[in-house]
Write a protein that binds this ligand. Structure first.
Ligand SMILES: Cc1cc2nc3c(=O)[nH]c(=O)nc-3n(C[C@H](O)[C@H](O)[C@H](O)COP(=O)(O)OP(=O)(O)OC[C@H]3O[C@@H](n4cnc5c(N)ncnc54)[C@H](O)[C@@H]3O)c2cc1C
Length: 382
């Protein structure tokens, strides 16, 4: 609908890939909470775990809008793989591209381009929305930093080759002014315990402990104690690609509801011919298309480096989250008892979509960002 020729080309090729390779395993990924190794390799080979890595480092060099299309199409079939692509392909490369030294770019963007996977470790058991209170410490020791602390709900952790880690380098009372961002390789000092999440399963979401991990000072991204701003900038883009997973889930729900309504009969006619069912289907479509418009517009703001990016990114995420939960609820309603059973795909979509109201900042946090933006209290710094 909104696709120009180049976007259509990307959409068609990801759709073909997803339907050919992911459709047959999506249910198994959800059930077993793991993506089979051969599927991971295929997704990586397509460059879907390195979306934003520039061509000069061997990546696909996609724009934010193009990345959104890839993530949306992957998530239409498997939200677990869609969110893996969001994190490794967008949130992990962002701080390396914008704040990393040439040496870090060569090494870590190169890892992603060769099919490696990255994770983004911000949230801690103590603090999610209140990220400025995080307690993971990075102590300088000569030419190294020693990192210790615990992170939770870290997507991709079980598959990751390296982590972007937000850690405290200043005093706790310094809050956001005492936080720095590091690249930390997966090694024996990193302890990973996989979590059983409700949706977006298979994406390796884990509790991660950094037990005195030694990293070279060169792995610091940008200046010391300036990490919080870099995290916020990363989230501006991450919220757009995370929202794109929601678009994929909503699209799948619409397709399921429409198909069912076209073949199920009730009271002498097909569901699709009942006005109240038509109302539900039209609502799902309205909620999906308005979300799509907002996510694509936010992506354009990111691609043009607009100062309005935080506002549009949070508006798109909030709208997609609330619309998504309602749209998938309606899709389940169209399917009746079948929708509530494990026999239907809508049951999985219903568990999946709730994540958008929580991950990458809750709805409440998005509202805070929106109002701060309206008051001119948020400054974009690339
Ligand atoms: C599937 C999944 C994947 C994730 N992946 C990652 C990842 O890869 N990396 C990562 O770092 N994190 C990740 N997260 C963590 C996620 O970003 C956090 O869960 C989220 O930011 C909320 O933090 P919290 O869970 O600590 O909730 P809390 O911050 O404890 O919030 C609990 C509730 O209180 C509300 N609340 C909190 N503070 C306020 C306030 N000041 N005013 C009003 N309401 C408030 C919140 O909105 C929420 O409703 C993931 C989470 C999920 C579910």
């Amino acid at each position: 609908m909104y696709d120009d020729d180049s976007i259509k080309l990307i959409r068609d090729s990801v759709r073909e890939f997803s339907e050919r390779y992911l459709s047959s395993v999506a249910e198994k990924i959800d059930k077993e909470n793991i993506v089979p190794r051969d599927i991971l390799e295929k997704v990586a080979e397509m460059g879907y775990f390195s979306l934003r890595v520039p061509e000069e480092y061997g990546g696909p060099g996609l724009s934010v809008l193009e990345s959104v299309i890839v993530v949306e199409e992957l998530s239409r079939i498997s939200s677990g793989i869609g969110i893996m692509s969001t994190v490794s392909g967008s949130m992990v490369p962002f701080p390396i591209i914008h704040y990393g030294s040439e040496e870090l770019k060569e090494k870590y963007l190169g890892t992603l381009a060769r099919g490696g996977i990255g994770a983004f470790a911000l949230t801690e058991p103590c603090c999610g929305s209140d990220a400025a209170s995080l307690g993971t410490r990075a102590e300088r020791d000569g030419d190294e930093f020693v990192i210790s602390g615990e992170k939770i709900f870290i997507t991709n952790a079980t598959y990751a080759d390296f982590f972007i880690v937000a850690a405290r380098t200043g005093k706790r009372e310094d809050r956001h002014r005492g936080i720095s961002l590091f690249v930390v390789d997966k090694s024996d000092c990193v302890e990973i315990s996989k979590l059983e999440m409700m949706g977006y399963r298979g994406s390796g979401t884990s509790l991660v402990r950094f037990n005195d991990c030694r990293v070279p000072s060169a792995n610091l991204l940008g200046e010391i104690n300036t990490g919080f701003k870099k995290v916020m900038m990363t989230l501006n883009e991450g919220r757009i690609t995370t929202s794109a997973t929601g678009l994929g889930v909503m699209q799948a729900a619409l397709e399921e509801a429409l198909e069912y309504a076209k073949q199920r009969e009730s009271m002498g006619k097909l569901l699709i011919d009942h006005q109240m069912v038509q109302y539900m289907l039209s609502e799902i479509s309205r909620l999906l298309e308005t979300s799509r418009l907002m996510v694509y517009e936010a992506a354009r703001k990111a691609d043009s480096r607009s100062p309005d990016l935080p506002l549009y990114s949070s508006l798109a995420k909030l709208h997609t989250a609330t619309s998504g939960v309602e749209a998938v609820r309606l899709a389940m309603q169209v399917l009746g008892g079948l929708g509530y059973s494990k026999e239907s795909r809508v049951e999985r979509l219903y568990r999946d979509i709730k994540m958008i109201e929580i991950g990458d900042g809750t709805n409440e946090v998005q509202r805070m960002v929106i109002v701060k933006s309206l008051l001119g209290k948020i400054r974009v710094e690339w």
